[in-house]
Design a binder for this molecule. Structure first.
Ligand code: ZN
Length: 257
């Protein structure tokens, strides 16, 4: 009896297919469309995924602990994060569907593994699979929701609430209470000075919500951190569940599988 090759020999991309919430929704047919084009990469904190203005040639699907920030950089060296991507999503060509220069700078904040797929191969796979097409439409909607929420958050919400929100998002993605991040990186993400990050970390630590030492953040009280975070954490996570489903599959999307 013929058995799928996958069942006999396993797959070097098993980790990505199981660990990335978008790839995990794919059935055997879609996996076979993408597998020949996939490359495994290991990314380290500080690595550039996309450079603003440069062509986007590949999409990157994080799994395990990898977290990427999409940053808008202004003249004078100021920057702020507008969206973050971990194992729930993908970076590169999601909204544009390729053939466009990157608008933001995407940089690795927490290192980890990913698979990359050339944009042209992903676009061909989307044409061949309704499920893939819907999946990326819906994920693009979630990514835009993050950016829109960040515009409001960065304008109106106090820095300690924004920091708490960011820590919750990243804890979800890393899947660990411990987050390794320099003060410089956190300052760039939040668009504030290092001294401000120091002050915020001290406040959150005094409240017993985190401990913070030499670039290592430990979430000590997640419930408390949720109370300290602005409404944006729940708004963005709620939208993910609404468009992609609690398990990343989504209601209407499943109909296309
Ligand atoms: Zn907010």
């Amino acid at each position: 009896m013929n058995q799928p090759v996958e069942a006999l020999v396993g797959d070097e991309f098993d980790g990505a297919f199981q660990g990335n919430r978008l790839l995990a929704t794919l059935g055997p047919a879609e996996r076979n469309l993408l597998r020949p084009h996939m490359t495994l990469v290991e990314m380290a904190a500080g690595d550039t995924v996309l450079s603003a203005g440069s062509p986007v040639t590949r999409s990157l699907f994080p799994f395990d602990s990898l977290v990427v920030s999409m940053m808008v950089e202004l003249s004078g060296g100021r920057s702020v994060e507008v969206a973050s991507v971990g194992k729930e999503g993908a970076v590169g060509g999601i909204v544009s569907c390729g053939n466009s220069p990157a608008f933001t700078h995407a940089v690795v904040q927490i290192g980890g593994p990913a698979v990359t797929i050339p944009i042209h191969a992903l676009e061909l796979a989307k044409q061949a699979s309704k499920h893939l097409e819907h999946l990326f439409c819906r994920y693009a909607d979630y990514l835009l929701a993050q950016v829109m929420q960040s515009a409001a958050c960065n304008s109106f919400h106090p820095i300690d609430a924004r920091a708490a929100r960011w820590l919750l998002h990243v804890q979800d993605r890393v899947g660990d209470d411990r987050i390794t991040l320099t003060q410089e990186a956190l300052a760039a993400i939040l668009g504030v000075q290092r001294t401000t990050v120091n002050a915020v970390a001290r406040v959150l630590q005094e409240q017993g919500l985190i401990s913070y030492r030499r670039g290592n953040i430990q979430v000590a009280d997640r419930e408390g951190l949720m109370k300290a975070a602005c409404e944006c954490y729940a708004a963005v996570e709620g939208h993910f569940a609404a468009v992609l489903g609690e398990d990343g599959r989504g209601g209407p999307m499943s109909d296309c599988a």
